[in-house]
Design a protein around this ligand. Structure first.
Ligand SMILES: [Zn+2]
Length: 236
């Protein structure tokens, strides 16, 4: 007569594969979400770069217009200066023109800084675009692969569940129930071998001699006093 725990151990083997498979299935949506989040991050970076470049361009344009209007003012002052009636009036225009010219100089220095910033901004924008394009191409493939994997795993899961049910049919119902309770609780093993030296194969504590002895007996189902897992000693 075979030991009644042999078929339970066979179920446990299948359950362990099922747990692993279900974990992989469960992780797929998260993996897809991570990929989509990464893409959203790159879209955001590009948008920020575009906004920043446009802002620099607008500021530069404003300054250029201001320089134009200041230059027009100088032309106007110069015309008025030629018609000055007195030396005082003439000197007043010289002073005004000097002030406006300094303003223009300041603005033109700022324009140089802005133009450099604009060049940098354009480079960053191009880099962001290239990164995004690369990611978009790769991500479509990755997402399709994950979908295909999910479909494949779902099929595999159905086959494995049916297989598990067939093996479970061969088990003693009472022991199977006890096994299921422990498995749901421990999530790794419910039936463990007695290790050499009489230790529990689950928690590795030293088992009492009586438990080690009973673990050899096919008509007894014994549990480890420490972790509650069923201990099994097929070496008898
Ligand atoms: Zn134990």
């Amino acid at each position: 007569m075979s030991h009644p725990l042999e078929s339970i151990v066979a179920v446990q083997k299948k359950d362990r594969r099922l747990i692993k498979l279900m974990r992989e299935i469960r992780d797929i949506p998260q993996r897809k979400q991570d990929i989509e989040m990464q893409l959203a991050g790159s879209v955001q970076k590009l948008e920020t770069a575009v906004d920043s470049r446009r802002h620099t361009e607008a500021t530069l344009k404003e300054q250029e217009l201001e320089v134009e209007s200041l230059k027009e003012r100088i032309t106007k002052y110069k015309n008025q200066q030629m018609e000055a009636q007195t030396n005082d009036q003439y000197r007043a225009f010289v002073k005004e023109i000097g002030t406006v010219e300094r303003e223009i100089n300041d603005l033109e220095e700022k324009e140089i800084v802005l133009m450099e910033a604009l060049e940098k901004g354009k480079t960053i924008e191009t880099e962001c675009e290239e990164t995004l394009n690369g990611e978009q191409a790769g991500i479509a493939d990755e997402l399709a692969e994950l979908d295909a994997r999910a479909a494949e795993l779902a099929e595999q899961l159905e086959r494995m569940k049916a297989d598990r049910a067939r093996v479970a049919e061969l088990c003693d119902k009472t022991i199977l129930q006890k096994y299921s309770r422990i498995m749901n609780n421990k999530r790794d093993f419910a039936v463990v071998m007695v290790e050499s030296g009489g230790h529990c194969g689950g928690c590795h504590m030293k088992l009492p001699p009586q438990v080690t002895h009973d673990a050899r007996n096919p008509i007894k189902v014994v549990a480890c006093n420490f972790c509650g897992r069923i201990v099994y000693n097929p070496a008898s």
